[in-house]
Design a protein around this ligand. Sequence first.
Ligand SMILES: Nc1ncnc2c1ncn2[C@@H]1O[C@H](COP(=O)(O)OP(=O)(O)OP(=O)(O)O)[C@@H](O)[C@H]1O
Ligand SMILES: [Mg+2]
Length: 495
Amino acid sequence: MTAAAARAEPEVISPQPGFQTRFLSSGADITIGGGAAGCGKTAAEIIAPIAFVDLPEFRATVFRRNTTSLRAGGGAWDESQKFYPHLGAKPNGSELYWQFPSGARVKMAHLEYDSTVYDYKSAQIPLIIFDELTEFSAFQFWYMASRNRSTCGIKPYILAGTNPDADSWVADVIAWWIDQDEFLPGGEPNPRYGFAIADRAGVLRYFTRVGDELIWGDTPAEVAEHPSVRADVETLMAEAAERGEPTTFERVVDDVVQSLTYIPGKLSENRVLERADPKYRGKLMAMTRVERARLLDGNWKVKATTGDYFKRSEVTMLDFDPPDDEIAAIWRAWDLAATEVSESNKDPDYTAGVKMGRLKNGRYFVSNAIIVRRRSDEVRQLVRRTAENDGHKVKIALFQDPGQAGKDQAQSYIKLLAGFTVSAEPVTGDKETNAEPLSAQWQAGNVYVVSGEWNQLYFALMEGFPSKDVHDDPVDASSRAFKKCVNSRSMFDLY
Ligand SMILES: Nc1ncnc2c1ncn2[C@@H]1O[C@H](COP(=O)(O)OP(=O)(O)OP(=O)(O)O)[C@@H](O)[C@H]1O
Ligand SMILES: [Mg+2]
């Protein structure tokens, strides 16, 4: 969240009406809440333990997939600074926990790898909290859920905040709460497809896990009707009888069956944020269509499909490059490949070199794209010749492949391009995430494309993204050129 929002001091610490209140009082063993960015998930997760911090034995752990996000602005650690000091809690910044006067502790921890969960093998954590649940693996979640035990007198439970992700395992877990009908009975598209079903928000359902499968029911008894659950319950009853412990079928069912619910939230339910950062909504509006549908509208079904990122119809064509005095930065980014079309490889990757500029008025222009399939020696000549044609004012960005071979190749290109400004950086993140920032500008109509013969192939490949059948090299090169343009202050900066 923004610094302005973070500075907004709460007068009284309490969940806000709406999403946060429902999220914190669902009564389920597992409550998954969220849907929209900024609806107050992280703050609610931090407020949740406050109800129990007078119990000396109480422990809560807030998990985030990695420590960087945990400590980042708007992350759980940052957010806790805003609330816990008012309660007399003392922070331990190196181990990331808060000690409350009673002895209760709230810890923040990462679960970077699947194997990290084994650090919690014998832990007993009555309140387990996941911030950004879709970042975790299903394995991590279910393992930690099995650690959710309590000796301090409160019923153990799990809270998890999340934004929608159609491809995530979380989408399957909460499927019952989400409208799964793509079409209405009349055949027309269902406008509610992917959104939370209003009548089901906060309704508890029951399940148990048998292997990796979740067996659901509207009541614990309904779950227990499933043959493998019934068999498990009977085994547990027989074991209890052997130990001489009196038990009933219902009591054992109660132990093996858990309740789960989903609470959808909207940005408009976070009045604190809307007041502190009225521009936040505008920032979400400025994202790509897909991101907006997920993060602003809370849609769990929307996925990027071919053509969602870079439609030809959304750019303005120019006859010539804008004049130099209107240009703030200009880069050519290369995504290199080294294979010609041949009998054995009919469809190799392209070498793509995209020249893009940022204008002083805040818009961008694609000046030229070279998209070819050549052998490596020819590609080297092409890169050198292009640098000479572009001139020294155009800086050059290269992708550095992982490993020593990648470093060597980058070094050899830097030598080849002696006299030019070259930046060779490794590829990080996935292609779609990397394409987002340029796509948002493209969709907002802020990108010009200069007319040229290269346009046809360039647009065909840009419109074909994302698809496993269409080469994405020009998209990668465009995304990189864009990033470099955004990050360079002026044409005369080094990088
Ligand atoms: N009950 C509250 N009291 C005081 N401040 C609050 C409260 N709820 C939310 N806020 C503030 O609103 C801002 C946004 O809330 P929060 O960070 O919890 O949203 P989020 O849903 O986690 O957002 P994101 O999707 O970006 O992770 C934060 O600065 C937070 O401190
Ligand atoms: Mg958050």
